[in-house]
Design a protein. Sequence first.
Length: 266
Amino acid sequence: MKKLRLIIPVLILFAVQQALTAKIFFKMLELANTVQENLLPKHEKFFAMGSFIAIMVISLVFVLMIFRYASRKKVEYIEKPVKEKDKSKSERRRRNLEEQKRLSEIERQRNRTINNIMNGLNSKLDEKEFSEKLLSNIAKQFDLVQGIVFLRNEKGLFSKVGTYAFYSEDEVPDFEEGVGIAGQVAANKELINITNLPDRYLTVLSGLGNAAPTNLIIFPIISQNKTIGIVEIATFKKIEKFGENVLKILSRRLGEIFEEKLKTAT
């Protein structure tokens, strides 16, 4: 647009100049024809015509030079955005590749973690052994300090079948679907991650004394779109999104195994 604003005035000035020059030239010819032949020598006529032609050629060359300069600038202006566009595409491509690598690495880590948790969990173990092995494997991956596994019994209630680092003088009561936090998880079939638990909500006994975990995750064990079990795990550190995704996948896998065990038991 800037180059166009420069070219238009030049063209107008050039046209006006050529028109004036042509008018002067024809006036000179007219004057020369009306004057006696001996008053204007022939060589001076040729000199006047040559001067006029030289002026027109110089003006034309001047205009052509302006056009050439403007065209070169226009090419540079076009090439620059093209180069910037190519650079932008290359940068986006690089970022996409990095994002794909990052996601692939997360998926590999997730699958590796799931395989580590499922390691040693086989059908030969009874419900108690299976549950305690499961909690032990989870503890190795997420620094678990306390855990309980509940399974739905023949009365439709969820009762404790296995624990990890759990000590209590009172027996853990059964609960029904929809009652309490764990019951809500069973009803909604959705994991819940609770942070900043109240003091003494949970207590872990060890050789170092009593300690109270501040984070609790409760996730369902699902089979055929039905909650057949609940897993509660407590940690000192918050389990982030990666860990939540691992446990959500485990919900379905564990459901298949426990469902098979329940069928075998009956």
